[in-house]
Design a protein around this ligand. Structure first.
Ligand SMILES: Nc1ncnc2c1ncn2[C@@H]1O[C@H](COP(=O)(O)OP(=O)(O)OP(=O)(O)O)[C@@H](O)[C@H]1O
Length: 312
């Protein structure tokens, strides 16, 4: 499979800030690429440069193998964009809004009717076709925003934080819809502040910081970068401090904390950490209610690499 986006050496400067600094990456056909980064790391600037909404000082951007320019209308018709801020017409109904945006690219009325139907089904708004935006809940409004951005069946879709402040039902609907778009053959660039979404949705992730790539790879590849390899949590009451000190001496242990009856141990590496810990607890006659082991989450990796929480 080829590359749908090729960004090479992209640099965008505002007066005295390099918002994007010699950035190079590609997006492969049929993948969902997650673009992650703390606030101000250059995500929006990168996307706006790719869409030719912003000029840039250096570098090149190709979409579907051709150079992207402000007047590359043929290329633009293959692209769908769902911005974070909802942009629909208040005076039009749900159906009319989708019809309007789809009509910018699809002139044939018969085809457009089918495409609108497909978009309504994808976001689950079939029952709301006659509603106006003001009558919709926040979650349904976001679904309409998505339907308007993707109804013309673009091959490349940009989604900028489409699930911010939506209810769980709409969130699940949106995530399912995005997977379906990918399964139907679209390539997707997804920005979000929700790490769990990246874990379940994205085939590959790029972590940006200060306009440059800090790390990239699949979820598993990124987790390999983390210093921590395993986290074990034990629900345990009134644990004596001397046991905590003893656990800290285990060979592969990184850190041990104990608060609110939760003992949390992180390990840098090692096999059978869980068995060794359970053996120790048994040997010392320490009772516990639950014990479980987890791999580090992407959030742990992100924190380790950037020193920041994603939701700063
Ligand atoms: N119009 C502008 N003029 C000057 N500086 C800007 C402008 N737009 C963005 N910047 C700066 O460029 C850098 C990158 O901003 P950008 O909006 O691309 O980040 P982001 O990762 O999308 O952030 P967020 O997650 O908050 O949307 C920041 O330092 C920002 O302050």
């Amino acid at each position: 499979m080829g590359n749908v986006i090729e960004v090479q050496n992209l640099t965008k400067e505002y007066k005295n800030i390099k918002a994007v600094d010699a950035l190079s990456f590609e997006v492969r056909e049929g993948e969902i690429l997650g673009l992650l980064g703390p606030n101000g790391s250059g995500k929006s600037t990168t996307i706006n440069c790719i869409l030719s909404l912003l000029n840039f000082s250096k570098g090149s951007i190709k979409l579907f193998g051709s150079e992207m320019k402000p007047d590359a209308y043929e290329l633009k018709s293959k692209v769908g964009v769902v911005f974070q801020d909802v942009a629909v017409f208040d005076e039009l109904t749900v159906y009319e809004n989708i019809d309007y945006f789809c009509g910018l690219y699809i002139k044939n009325k018969g085809i457009r009717k089918q495409y609108i139907q497909d978009a309504l089904t994808l976001v689950g708004l079939e029952e709301f076709t006659k509603f106006r935006p003001k009558q919709l809940s926040g979650g349904l409004l976001r679904r309409l925003n998505i339907a308007c951005g993707i109804a013309h069946k673009p091959k490349l879709i940009f989604l900028d934080e489409p699930t911010v402040a939506v209810d769980p039902q709409s969130r699940n609907n949106i995530l399912d819809g995005i997977k379906q778009l990918r399964d139907n053959g679209a390539t997707i660039v997804y920005t979000t502040h929700y790490m769990e979404e990246v874990e379940i949705l994205c085939d590959r992730v790029i972590i940006l910081d200060k306009g440059a790539i800090l790390a990239s790879g699949t979820n598993d590849e990124l987790k390999e970068l983390a210093k921590i390899e395993e986290k074990i949590t034990v629900e345990i009451s009134n644990l004596d401090a001397r046991y905590i000190e003893a656990i800290k001496q285990f060979e592969t242990v990184d850190m041990v904390t104990y608060s609110d009856n939760l003992l949390l141990i992180t390990y840098q590496k090692g096999k059978n950490n869980l068995v060794a810990l359970m053996d120790f607890l048994k040997q010392e006659g320490i009772e516990y209610s639950k014990i479980y082991s987890e791999r580090p989450t992407l959030n742990d990796v992100f924190l380790e690499l950037t020193g920041k929480e994603l939701r700063d």
